[in-house]
Design a protein around this ligand. Structure first.
Ligand code: F6R
Length: 364
C-alpha cells in the first residue's frame, strides 16, 4: 500500500505531480478554465464582490498564499480567516461576498461551523474539499473537488498542493471574467499552471541534496522561516511541516517583522530559512538574512534558478524552477516538505503519525 516507499508521507509527496495534474485537468479543457459545473458561471463570478477564505492549519496556509495571488490577479478584495476565529467573531460580511471554506477532510469541526455560519448569514459558499461526500462538501452551495486522492499521513502534502491549485484556478478565472487580465495573459497563466506538475517532478529528483541537509539539521532546537508576501505564506507551511513531525520548535515570520522582537532569539548556529521566490521582494529579504547572519545564524536560502547572488549570503541554497510568481508556493513547498520529512526520519520519529495529532480534527 505504500508502493515501495518507507512512509505514506514520502509516497504522498511523490504523488503531487499526479494530484496537481488531475486537479488541473478536471477544470481546464483545451486550455480553457470552466467552473460552470460547480455553479460558478461567469455571471455568478461577476456578481461576487469579495472573497473570504476560511480554513485551519495547512489549508489556512494555502489560503494565505491564495490571498496574495487572487487579489493581485483579479483585483478583488480577499480576506483570510482562521475557521476557529471566524466562527466566533462578529464579522461584517458583504452579502455579495463568497465564503470559500478550504478543507482536505471536509470534516474539520471549526471549518464546518464557519461554513454553517456563513450560510446562516445568507452568504454564498464554496467548498474546496478533497473527500467526496464529506460534510463540508454536502452543505456548501458550490464544491470544487481537489483530486489528491486519499491522504493517509497526518501531515498534509498532496492535499495542500491541490488546494493551492484550486485557489490559483479561481484567481485566474476571476481575473478573466472581471477583465483584469487580457487573453494573452490568461493563456500564459493557464500554460504556467499546466507546466507545474513537470516542475514539481524535477524538484523531487533533487531530493538527495535535501535529505543530506536535513540529516545535518536533525539536532536543531529552533528554526525560523522568513519571507515576504507569498514567501511569508510558504514560510508558514514550511515551518508547520517541520515542527509537526520533527518536534523541533520552528516559527514563520514575515521577514520585516524580525526586527520587532524575534531577532533576539537568533544565536550562533540557529537555522534561518529564507524563502525568496518573489523577485520584487528578493533584495529586501536578502537584507533580513544578512541581519540574521551577523547575529550568528546559519542560513538556508530557497529561491529560483537565476538568483545566484543568494550564495553570497546563504550557507546552503536550494533552487527551484521559475514559474509565474503567483504560483510559486506550489514549487517552493516541495523542498520544505522533504526537509520536514527527512528531519523526522533522521530523528527516528513516527513520521506518518506524529504524537498528539489526528488526521481529521472533528472536535473544536
Ligand atoms: C498539517 C495538517 C493540518 C490540516 C488541518 C485542516 O499538516 O494536515 O494542519 O491542514 O487540520 O484539515 P482539513 O484540511 O482536513 O480541514
Amino acid at each position: 500500500e505504500k508502493a515501495g516507499f518507507e512512509h505514506f508521507m514520502i509516497k504522498e509527496i511523490h504523488e503531487q505531480p499526479r494530484a496537481v495534474k488531475d486537479t488541473l485537468n478536471s477544470v481546464i479543457h483545451d486550455g480553457v478554465i470552466d467552473l460552470s459545473e460547480m455553479g460558478l458561471s461567469d455571471e455568478t463570478i461577476r456578481n461576487i464582490s469579495q472573497l473570504y477564505l476560511v480554513a485551519c492549519g495547512s489549508a489556512y496556509h494555502a489560503a494565505m498564499s491564495a490571498q496574495y495571488a487572487i487579489e493581485d490577479l483579479a483585483q478583488i478584495p480577499v480576506r483570510v480567516e482562521l475557521a476557529s476565529e471566524f466562527r466566533y467573531r462578529k464579522m461584517i460580511l458583504d452579502e455579495k461576498g463568497l465564503v470559500v471554506v478550504i478543507s482536505q477532510s471536509g470534516e474539520t469541526a471549526d471549518s464546518l461551523a464557519a461554513l454553517r455560519k456563513a450560510k446562516s448569514m445568507g452568504i454564498q459558499t464554496l467548498a474546496v474539499v478533497n473527500v467526496v461526500g464529506s460534510s463540508i462538501a454536502r452543505e456548501a452551495d458550490h464544491v470544487f473537488y481537489t483530486l489528491a486522492g486519499p491522504e493517509i499521513a497526518v501531515a498534509t502534502t498532496k492535499a495542500y498542493s491541490t488546494q493551492l491549485i484550486a485557489c490559483d484556478v479561481l484567481g485566474v478565472q476571476f481575473a478573466k471574467v472581471r477583465g483584469t487580465i487580457d487573453e494573452n495573459h490568461y493563456r500564459e497563466l493557464t500554460e504556467e499552471l499546466l507546466a507545474l506538475p513537470e516542475k514539481i517532478e524535477r524538484i523531487l529528483q533533487d531530493k538527495e541534496r535535501i535529505q543530506w541537509f536535513a540529516a545535518k539539521q536533525a539536532a536543531a532546537h529552533d528554526v525560523f522561516f522568513i519571507g515576504r508576501g507569498i514567501d511569508y505564506a510558504i514560510s508558514m507551511e514550511g515551518s508547520l511541516k517541520l515542527k509537526e513531525i520533527s518536534y523541533i520548535h520552528s516559527e514563520a515570520y514575515a521577514a520585516g517583522e524580525l526586527k520587532h522582537g524575534t531577532i533576539s532569539l537568533i544565536e550562533d548556529g540557529t537555522l534561518v530559512v529564507g524563502i525568496l521566490t518573489q523577485s520584487s521582494l528578493y533584495e529586501k529579504t536578502v537584507s533580513n538574512l544578512v541581519e540574521c547572519k551577523s547575529r550568528g545564524a546559519y542560513l538556508m536560502g530557497l529561491t529560483t534558478y537565476g538568483h545566484y547572488s543568494i550564495e553570497d549570503t546563504a550557507d546552503f541554497v536550494i533552487y527551484i524552477p521559475k514559474t509565474d510568481e503567483h504560483f510559486a508556493a506550489s514549487l517552493a513547498v516541495v523542498p520544505l516538505q522533504l526537509m520536514g520529512y527527512y528531519v523526522s526520519v533522521a530523528r527516528g520519529l513516527d513520521v506518518d503519525k506524529p504524537r498528539n495529532l489526528a488526521k481529521s480534527v472533528t472536535v473544536e
